[in-house]
Design a protein around this ligand. Structure first.
Ligand code: SF4
Length: 368
């Protein structure tokens, strides 16, 4: 009977994915970019972003030389912006400490910002053929089901067990069992990823076409729906905020967020506490006199944006600025007046993008 890895490799040859834009390359930079973009984001969403990003920044040097603004503008819309910031930091670090040569082992890759053990392993496997195990969310699910590992796979005890299993299952070292492992760890790793993404999916897995069906504990024990247990959910706390859409002569006022924290380094609408008075706030903070157009104001519906740790209720307010006092503090590079179209090309957070897209379509309707 075929070993675990051979079953997967044979299945992958016939049924796996072979032509994704980041496959068929050994370029560690391109592989790194794909692995980072694919964290928390689906393949179909990633593809156009990946291609545009590579066009703008084709190698480590060009990424390191770009400003954070340019990098985040290319990332804009993908979400989880700390990934873009870490990518940029890591590129600068690689240029400074490794003469722009990507680190050549999983252990060294792991030291870069924004890279965990599984991502470091995936890059090392695909770029260098290093024999190391991956354990992303999909692989955790496949192994939990196949080996009947109960409980939530993010729990420390389970995670240790799953890492052990992932290591044990790796294709043999060169020469052992008389088998040549050249290219085998790459094919095996891709197979695990493909199986998790296309067959052993979270809901409605396609067990009938799974190469692991015979040995799968969950399938044999009718436990597929029960393994792995979902993350124990605590209710998300909620917060609320006002986003000020300040307009003047066809332009919108944006502020740059501080580098750390939510939406760090991105261009954003000014925020204000819900309890504050809008007119007073804008007068004191920006030296702006406002008019609130009641009719337009009515079109701006509050909406929710969910972060990993809390839910944000956003109350947008569309306001016309009548005058800006000369005493207004507007620092070069940290605030700007911009058109809607230019704003949509910039690094803006997803809820601001949503607001602007709605604004653009409602102004299009009015003029259409
Ligand atoms: S048999 Fe079903 S549950 Fe088991 S590994 Fe395959 S797809 Fe997943």
């Amino acid at each position: 009977m075929d070993s675990f890895d051979l079953k997967l490799i044979r299945w992958q040859e016939k049924h796996g994915r072979h032509n994704l834009p980041w496959q068929n390359t050994r370029d560690p930079y391109a592989i790194w970019l794909s692995e980072i973009m694919l964290q928390q984001t689906q393949v179909s969403t990633v593809i156009p972003y990946y291609q545009r990003f590579l066009q703008s920044f084709p190698d480590i040097r060009s990424l390191a030389q770009a400003s954070l603004d340019e990098v985040l503008a290319r990332w804009s819309g993908l979400g989880y912006y700390s990934r873009g910031r870490n990518l940029h930091r890591a590129a600068r670090l690689i240029v400074r400490d490794y003469q722009a040569k990507f680190p050549a082992s999983a252990d060294m890759i792991l030291k870069l910002p924004g890279i965990g053990r599984s991502t470091a392993a995936a890059i090392a496997v695909f770029a260098y053929g290093e024999r190391c195990a991956i354990l992303d969310g999909n692989v955790k699910r496949v192994l939990s089901r196949c080996f009947g590992i109960e409980g939530y796979s993010g729990e420390k005890k389970n995670e240790t067990l799953l890492w052990q299993k992932a290591e044990e299952l790796l294709p043999p070292l060169d020469g052992t069992a008389g088998k040549n492992t050249k290219g085998r760890v790459e094919a095996y790793t891709q197979a695990l990823m493909d199986l998790g993404a296309t067959v052993c999916t979270r809901s409605k897995p396609k067990c009938a076409s799974c190469p692991l069906q015979l040995e799968c504990v969950a399938f044999r024990g009718n436990l597929v729906d029960k393994l792995p247990s979902p993350r124990p959910r605590k209710p998300l706390p909620s917060r609320e905020t006002v986003l000020l859409v300040l307009t003047n002569a066809g332009k919108i006022f944006l502020e740059k967020r501080p580098p750390e924290g939510i939406w760090g380094g991105m261009w954003c609408l000014p925020e204000m506490a819900v309890s504050e008075d809008t007119i007073e706030h804008c007068k004191h903070r920006f030296g702006m006199d406002l008019r609130m157009p009641a009719q337009i104001q009515a079109q701006m519906q509050p909406f929710d944006h969910t972060f990993t740790h809390f839910r944000l209720r956003i109350y947008p307010q569309l306001l016309q600025v009548i005058s800006v006092s000369s005493a207004t503090v507007q620092h070069e590079g940290t605030s700007t007046w911009t058109t809607l179209d230019d704003a949509l090309q910039s690094a803006i957070p997803a809820p601001v993008r949503k607001l602007f897209t709605n604004l653009r379509s409602s102004s299009g309707e009015k003029h259409g």
